[in-house]
Each structure stands twice: as C-alpha cells, then as structure tokens.
Design a protein around this ligand. Structure first.
Ligand code: FES
Length: 182
C-alpha cells in the first residue's frame, strides 16, 4: 500500500469518524487476506507486490549448508577391520590397522588394479577371536588376524586371489572370490 492510498484511507476515516488507524489497519488486513487467497489459488504474487523474491530465494540458498558429494577412488577390494574393544584388547586391532598402509604399499595394493581400500569399524557383532577382518566384495570373514596372519591374507587373498580358508569363520552372503571362480 503506497502513501497516497494510506492518506486516502485517513481521509475516509475522518469522514466516518472511526479513527484513522483503525481504518488503515482494517484495510491492510483485508488486503493481506486477499493476497493470501491469490497466492493460494494462483500460486503467484499480486501484480502490485514489490517483494524482491529473487533476493529472498538467493538469501535462502546462501543460508542452506552446502552438501558436498564425496568421491572415492577405484578399488578392487575393501578390507574392514574391527577395532572395537570386545574382539581384541589393548589396542591390538588399532595397531594392526595402523600398519596396513605400509603393508599395502609393500604389496603393491595402494594403487592400481588391485588397490585395496581399508576401513575401521567399531563392531561387527562377532566379538570373539579377533582381530576380525572382512574382505568385500568377496564376503570373506577372517578371525585371529594376527600380524603374521594379516601378511598371509595380504599375500594369498588380496594379491593372489586365494582365500585363506583356515582363517575363515564365515563366508557370505554369496561369498565368491572372483579370482577363484572357474
Ligand atoms: S568388538 Fe569387534 S566384532 Fe564386536
């Protein structure tokens, strides 16, 4: 509502003796109600609306937190190692995890076609006979992964594609090591 329209309402108000503020208030309420109806029925703002929608939406966009799409480099297998407190004690699994970078590098698993991605988990709900390791997508679950056994898993399974059967306690759901497939 512009100044001329407000002034006209005040004139009207003096004429009818209702009080100018009440007249202006009533007119504004009536106008706002009409705008709400128009927005609801037409989905558009009135022609005389001076709101800066572009500024409002730009401000809303600027306020929204940016979500960054993550990236992961190509890998052949994913080794997951439990560092939870129940399947091993005294940080044994964490020590093993910390050694994986150097072991993978020495075995040529840090990059290239055989690259192995490694991750820690806090519990697989196995909780016995650790360290527990799962190798995906082969679906192979190893127990008692001591330092020496990890070397075997790296050499036999991750490099040469042969599952170390004597260390396996579970395989599934469709645990097929591609390299063993006929
Ligand atoms: S704490 Fe390691 S499997 Fe549960």
């Amino acid at each position: 509502m512009n100044e001329a329209q407000v002034a006209a309402l005040r004139e009207e108000c003096l004429t009818c003796e209702r009080g100018c503020d009440a007249a202006v208030e009533m007119a504004l309420q009536s106008r706002n109600a009409a705008i709400q109806v128009k927005l609801a029925t037409e989905g558009a703002k009135p022609a005389d609306c001076t709101c800066d929608d572009s500024a409002a939406s730009a401000s809303a966009t600027a306020d929204a937190p940016a979500v960054i799409k993550p990236k992961i480099s190509h890998y052949r297998r994913h080794l997951l190692l439990c560092v939870g407190p129940r399947c091993t004690q005294d940080g044994q699994s964490q020590e093993l995890y910390d050694s994986l970078g150097a072991r993978f590098k020495a075995a040529g698993l840090q990059e290239g076609d055989l690259r192995v991605k490694r991750s820690r988990v806090s519990c697989f709900a196995a909780c016995k006979g650790g360290p527990i390791v799962c190798v995906q997508p082969d679906g192979v679950w190893y127990y008692n992964v001591t330092s020496a056994n990890m070397d075997r898993i790296i050499d036999e399974h991750l490099v040469h594609g042969r599952v170390v059967q004597e260390l396996v306690f579970h395989q599934g759901p469709d645990g097929i090591c591609d390299d063993d497939a006929p």
